[in-house]
Ligand binder design. Structure first.
Ligand code: IVH
Length: 710
């Protein structure tokens, strides 16, 4: 339908227009209106027909609003064919088209608290209510799937249709029948309703979506980009059996039309939107329940929307915002409709999780054991409220399998707290200037040829001792919280001391000249003394920390502890065999080999001897002894989290105690948490746990009693 050159041009023109002011001159406005028609039609095709938009909703809306503004300013430019004069279109020729009983409109959008305030003010104007009135709203999630209209006559499901162009939809009754949450019969009669049309959204649960994609991958089929595509695609399948297999569900969010046997509207027998939804729930439809709230005014609406925006990732279905509806049906009627949307409702759109950006360059970062990680440098882009300009590309295979090229426009996603990632390049926007990525063959730091071992995804620089970048990374890791935990010592100090020529190996960390450090710009006696104190303290660390700090491939915190418990002195590990290691529960052969390799190298042994000479502890301590957790351990299999300030012991000590009783420490409140121990000044974690209702909440004293300590 569109050539690649056209698509590129439309995309670039859209982006450019978004950055310019709206023209005030008639002839410029005329040209722009014509162009906006074309651009908006293109983006609607990408969204509704291809299910694969290239602009964020916010950008699309901005273009749309720009056209609306121009049409308001120059009424002569308003034509009946303008995209503003009709709702969007997802009609194809695959299904028979049917007229909706009443048009299925779209929604106006809002993006922040201020927009919601403006909406509330507007409602009061439309309903002639005084400014200080509290308007009641019903707020529900804005489900991100495909919309459907269902017609029931004499309690039977007669017809299912997609939204289509809003006036006409595509008839897909057999597919609707295949969706189990859509009742084939519902007792509307009991409310005197002979014929009804309901509106809802067809969705697929996120976990089921993942399973389907996994199965498709195993069968070598193409993958769905997201749950929305898989739901809208599912609705349009030719074979209803296939529809059933997709696990589609339908949430009903509106009773659009309801008449009795004499064709008299029965909607007036309800007073609120909430009541209509409640009835539909009673009749057996799937409705928003816990996720629907009647709010007493716009302030409560705003809080509810913001709260949901924070929690959207925990919800099992994709939602892209909330829908705010005037609750009173009488007030709704007073507000009325535009040709595009009801004036009594507005969508509050969450900040976009996906956006497009240009891949400017690729940095190759060298890890602490020499693994090379390609990192995409992007034109900065806003994602879910954060500016993103740097995204990991993981390894060469990732780049090749997605065919990511330098200069590509790429789709980037950042969902909740998840690290941002590149979904795919937009191949249709290429102009031929993009370059295939040539993965380096030599280390960007020391020029040693890169190697890749069997079964590993990463290329590695094998110049372990002399690659500057690697050594730096190992030192940075060595002093970090997870490893030797040297307070106040971080990346910037390491880099600074490295530049001074003071740091070349891990051992150098323990022979720093504090008098010289005090002389450095920005340091002084006090910070040098603080650093010395922190380093002296770290020298006494239990050996499991030291082991972990050595950056042995795959050797994590947990296995370091298990291994530390087996020896009196770190260098005793030299004599251990593969069997010795794998006999320890939870120690696998791969990490065991790596430890053996490490201690087989004389240079490593010398390094440790050097460190011991500088005062670093190499002997097992109390903290290294394996904790035997008996079957009767009081917290066996439980997850636990400490919050607030504990009075009788430090956080770490309490965590170790809980661990010795069989518990697992976790770091966030979620439905996976069993026990929350609350110290003084506990804050949001306590609130969240209380809200969940499933978490056992203990005071510090109660916890200690449980541990047999009080
Ligand atoms: S009410 C006349 N409520 O959002 C009012 N729509 O741009 C029409 N949507 O495609 C919409 N969740 O399918 C409403 N709780 C909800 C919704 C919802 C999702 C979809 C709807 C339409 C789009 C509106």
């Amino acid at each position: 339908m569109y050539t690649s050159a056209q698509q590129r041009q439309f995309f670039e023109r859209s982006k450019a227009l978004l950055k310019t002011d709206i023209p005030s001159d008639q002839s410029l406005a005329t040209a722009e209106v014509t162009e906006l028609h074309e651009l908006i039609e293109y983006h609607e095709w990408r969204y509704y027909v291809q299910n694969d938009p290239v602009l964020s909703d916010f950008e699309y809306d901005s273009l749309y609003k720009r056209l609306e503004k121009l049409e308001a300013q120059f009424p002569a430019l308003l034509s009946p064919n303008s995209p503003t004069q009709r709702v969007s279109n997802d009609l194809t020729e695959d299904f028979p088209s049917v007229a909706h009983l009443i048009p299925m409109l779209s929604l106006a959008n809002s993006y922040n608290a201020e927009d919601l305030q403006d909406f509330d003010t507007q409602i009061k104007k439309l309903t002639l209510l005084p400014e200080e009135t509290d308007i009641e709203y019903c707020v529900e999630p804005k489900f991100d799937g495909g919309s459907i209209a269902l017609v029931y006559e004499n309690d039977q499901l007669m017809r299912g249709a997609t939204r289509g162009n809003g006036v006409q939809g595509e008839e897909m009754t057999n597919n609707a029948r295949a969706i189990r949450s859509i009742p084939l019969r519902a007792n509307f009669n009991r409310r005197g309703i002979a014929k009804a049309e309901l509106r809802g959204e067809v969705l697929i649960r996120k976990d089921i979506f993942k399973k389907i994609n996994k199965a498709r991958e195993a069968e070598g089929l193409s993958l769905f980009a997201n749950p929305r595509n898989s739901a809208t695609g599912g609705l349009r399948m030719k074979d209803p059996q296939e529809v059933a297999r997709r696990g589609l569900e339908a949430f009903i969010y509106q009773l659009g039309y309801a008449v009795d046997g004499q064709n008299e509207s029965q909607l007036s027998t309800f007073s609120t939107h909430d009541e209509t939804i409640e009835l539909l729930g009673e009749l057996g439809f799937k409705i928003p329940e816990k996720e629907r709230k009647v709010c007493k005014n716009i302030t409560e609406v705003t809080e509810f929307c913001l709260d949901w925006e924070r929690r959207r990732e925990d919800y099992p279905y994709e939602i892209d915002g909330m829908v705010v509806k005037v609750n009173s049906l009488e007030l709704q009627e007073k507000c009325g409709y535009t040709s595009h949307h009801p004036r009594w409702a507005i969508a509050y759109k969450f900040k976009a999780k996906q956006a497009t950006s240009k891949l400017l360059n690729i940095d190759y970062q060298i890890g602490k054991i020499g693994s090379i990680t390609p990192v995409a440098k992007l034109e900065p882009v806003q994602l879910a409220g954060v500016t993103v300009s740097s995204v990991s590309l993981h390894n060469e295979d990732f780049i090749q399998s997605k065919d990511i090229r330098l200069g590509d426009t790429v789709l980037v996603e950042r969902a909740g707290d998840v690290i941002p990632y590149i979904v795919k390049p937009l191949e249709e926007l290429r102009d031929g200037s993009e370059q295939v990525v040539e993965f380096p063959t030599h280390c960007p730091s020391c020029a040693t040829p890169l190697e890749k071992s069997e079964g590993e995804a990463a290329w590695r620089c094998v110049n372990y001792h002399n690659c500057e970048a690697q050594v730096l990374q190992r030192m940075i890791f060595h002093v970090s919280k997870d490893a030797m935990d040297i307070d106040g010592f971080g990346k910037s100090y390491i880099e600074r001391f490295y530049q001074q020529g003071w740091l070349r190996s891990l051992a150098d960390i323990y022979r720093l000249d504090y008098a010289a450090i005090a002389e450095l710009e920005g340091f002084g006696e006090k910070s040098a003394a603080n650093l010395q104190r922190a380093i002296d303290k770290a020298k006494q660390n239990p050996i499991h920390r030291l082991l972990h700090s050595l950056s042995i491939h795959h050797l994590g915190k947990k296995v370091s502890k298990l291994i530390a418990g087996e020896v009196d002195h770190v260098l005793d590990l030299r004599d251990r065999t593969l069997e010795d290691f794998t006999n320890i529960k939870d120690v696998g052969p791969v990490v065991a080999e790596n430890v053996i390799d490490f201690f087989a190298q004389e240079s490593n042994v010398e390094l440790l001897q050097e460190m011991e000479g500088l005062g670093v502890n190499m002997r097992q301590t109390e903290a290294d002894r394996p904790q035997v957790v008996g079957e009767n351990a009081p917290l066996l299999g439980k997850t636990i989290l400490f919050t607030g300030t504990l009075q009788q012991m430090g956080r770490k000590e309490a965590q170790a105690l809980a661990e010795s009783a069989g518990a697992k420490n976790i770091s966030a409140v979620s439905s996976n948490l069993n026990i929350l121990v609350v110290g003084e000044k506990a804050g949001s974690k306590l609130k969240k746990a209380q809200a969940l209702g499933s978490v056992e909440i203990l005071t510090e004293a109660e916890f200690l009693t449980l541990m047999g300590k009080n």
